[in-house]
Design a protein around this ligand. Structure first.
Ligand SMILES: [Cu+2]
Length: 124
């Protein structure tokens, strides 16, 4: 009886761990970005590139670029790479001034889950 209970507990916790890890992997999280998070760069980038862990739906996804004072920086159109829907490009229409910037992103992944986040980089 006790052994049976132990088996049930082991099976249940295994299942719980499996579900948690699947959830962690099933959403579109930011895998990498250019300029990278916390990067200090010396030249104004022509484009922001964000790579996610899942494919994203361009219709319900977006990226906002903000200056240190919180003012929005005008960017070009958000596009999903035609060869890889995990990669998002946002062209910059004008060179950035030196200073720190915050990138706010929100995406709808192809599995229908919404995620969002932000990161910073500095132009010296
Ligand atoms: Cu998901």
């Amino acid at each position: 009886m006790l052994q049976r209970l132990k088996n049930v507990i082991v099976a249940t916790s295994f299942l719980a761990a499996l579900i948690v890890s699947q959830q962690a992997f099933a959403h579109a999280h930011l895998a990498s970005a250019t300029p990278a998070d916390k990067a200090t760069i010396s030249e104004s980038p022509k484009m922001l590139t964000l790579t996610f862990t899942e494919g994203v739906e361009p219709k319900f996804s977006g990226v906002m670029l903000m200056g240190a004072d919180g003012s929005m920086v005008h960017t070009g159109k958000f596009t999903v790479d035609s060869a890889d829907n995990k990669v998002v490009n946002v062209p910059l229409t004008a060179p950035l001034k030196t200073g720190s910037y915050r990138v706010d992103w929100h995406v709808l992944s192809v599995d229908g889950h919404k995620t969002k986040g932000s990161y910073n980089f500095t132009l010296k």
